[in-house]
Structure formats: structure tokens, C-alpha cells
Ligand binder design. Structure first.
Ligand code: HEM
Ligand code: HEM
Length: 151
């Protein structure tokens, strides 16, 4: 990632994987409590609260990284019109995740809160798939670019 300190890329990977891991751990609870599916296992009590708090904390950190990506990474990509479709889709989905997370917290109507939670889960899964795709094509391009410089 050009323009960023060396720690930024590993920190970004860790943050995205942390979000997916904690989000994944919260999924059986969502399916059980909100959709009333009979799950063989789900987090309960203090464990659930701890993981939800961790997920929220990691997500706040993700949003600060998004601000930083916006300034350098996205503007550079946009200028060169490269990887912009998956990039913009990811950025917009993250804003959608933020809105649906607010819905999870504050919607009093249970039906609406359920729709918000399920949309959050679907968007989270999509963001992860896009991230893997975007990072792999980004990495390939960086490697190709380097080999062109050598030959
Ligand atoms: C920028 C990205 C994200 C933000 C801002 C965000 C934020 C939040 C917040 C604030 C909550 C409420 C925690 C609580 O229950 O107290 C939540 C719940 C949840 N998130 Fe995320 N999240 C993000 C990404 C993801 C991803 C990538 C996944 C999944 C793979 C995911 C899956 C979930 C699930 C399953 C819940 C539980 C919903 C429920 O309690 O019904 N989130 N998220
Ligand atoms: C949530 C938003 C985004 C995230 C998390 C993200 C993340 C990443 C990651 C992890 C890589 C691989 C870097 C490497 O292997 O060195 C990458 C590459 C790339 N991304 Fe993004 N990206 C985002 C948004 C965007 C947007 C909006 C654009 C374009 C408008 C874009 C354009 C590029 C380009 C051109 C590359 C390859 C060259 C480079 O590493 O700078 N990205 N991105």
C-alpha cells in the first residue's frame, strides 16, 4: 500500500479479519434470537456481551482506517481508475454496515431491528468476499508492476 507506513497493511488485514471473526461468532446468536432458528450452539450471557463489545470496538477502529483509506488509497485508485468498482462497493458497504449497526442499537421496532441485523450480516459477508478479491487483484497488480520495472 503506497503512501502508508509499513504497519498499516498488516493492521488493516488484522482489523478486517477481527471484524469477520467477531461478526461470525455473533451470527448464531442473531439467527437464534432474531430469526428463531434452532441453532446447535450460540454465544450466551457474558461471552456474548464481550464478543459484541469487541466487535463494536474493532468496527470503530475500522472506520478510522476507512477515513485514512479515503484520503490516500481511494483518491489514488480513483485518479487511475483502477480497482475502483470493488473498492467503491466495499467503501459504500462499510457505510451501510455503519447505518445498519445503528439500527441494531437503536431501532425500537423488533421487526425493523431484525431487518437491520440481517442486512448487516449479508453486507458484512459481501464486504469480506470483496476484500479478498480486491486485495488479491491489488497484490497481483503490484507484483506485475514491480516485474515490469525490472525487465
Ligand atoms: C465497518 C464494518 C462494521 C461495523 C461498523 C459494524 C458494527 C456493528 C455493531 C455496532 C454491532 C452491534 C453490536 C452489539 O450487538 O452490541 C454489530 C453487530 C453485528 N455485526 Fe457488525 N459491524 C461491521 C462489520 C461486520 C462484518 C464484516 C460482519 C460479518 C461477517 C458483521 C456481523 C455482525 C453480526 C452478526 C452482528 C450481531 C447482530 C445482532 O446482534 O443481531 N459485522 N456490528
Ligand atoms: C474499504 C475500502 C478499501 C479497502 C479496505 C482497500 C484495501 C486494499 C488492499 C488490502 C489492497 C492490496 C494492497 C497490496 O497488496 O499491496 C488494495 C489494493 C488496491 N486498491 Fe484498494 N481498498 C479500498 C478501496 C479502494 C478504492 C475505492 C479504490 C479505487 C478507487 C482502490 C484501489 C486500489 C488499487 C488501485 C490497488 C492496487 C495498488 C495499491 O496497492 O495501491 N481501493 N486495496
Amino acid at each position: 500500500m503506497r503512501g502508508y507506513p509499513g504497519w498499516f497493511y498488516p493492521a488493516l488485514l488484522l482489523t478486517v479479519f477481527g471484524l469477520v471473526l467477531t461478526g461470525g461468532l455473533l451470527t448464531p446468536t442473531l439467527l437464534d434470537l432474531r430469526l428463531e432458528w434452532d441453532m446447535p450452539w450460540r454465544l450466551e450471557g457474558n461471552g456474548q456481551i464481550a464478543v459484541a463489545a469487541l466487535h463494536a470496538a474493532v468496527s470503530f477502529w475500522m472506520l478510522t482506517m476507512l477515513g485514512s483509506l479515503w484520503n490516500i488509497h481511494m483518491r489514488a485508485g480513483w485518479r487511475h481508475r483502477k480497482h475502483w468498482r470493488s473498492g467503491i462497493a466495499m467503501a459504500l458497504l462499510m457505510l451501510f454496515l455503519l447505518v445498519t449497526a445503528i439500527g441494531i442499537y437503536y431501532l425500537a421496532d423488533e421487526q425493523l431491528a431484525m431487518v437491520s441485523a440481517v442486512s448487516h450480516l449479508v453486507a458484512g459477508t459481501l464486504v469480506f468476499a470483496l476484500f479478498v478479491y480486491h486485495a488479491i487483484i491489488g497484490y497481483r497488480r503490484a507484483v506485475q508492476h514491480k516485474s515490469h520495472l525490472h525487465y
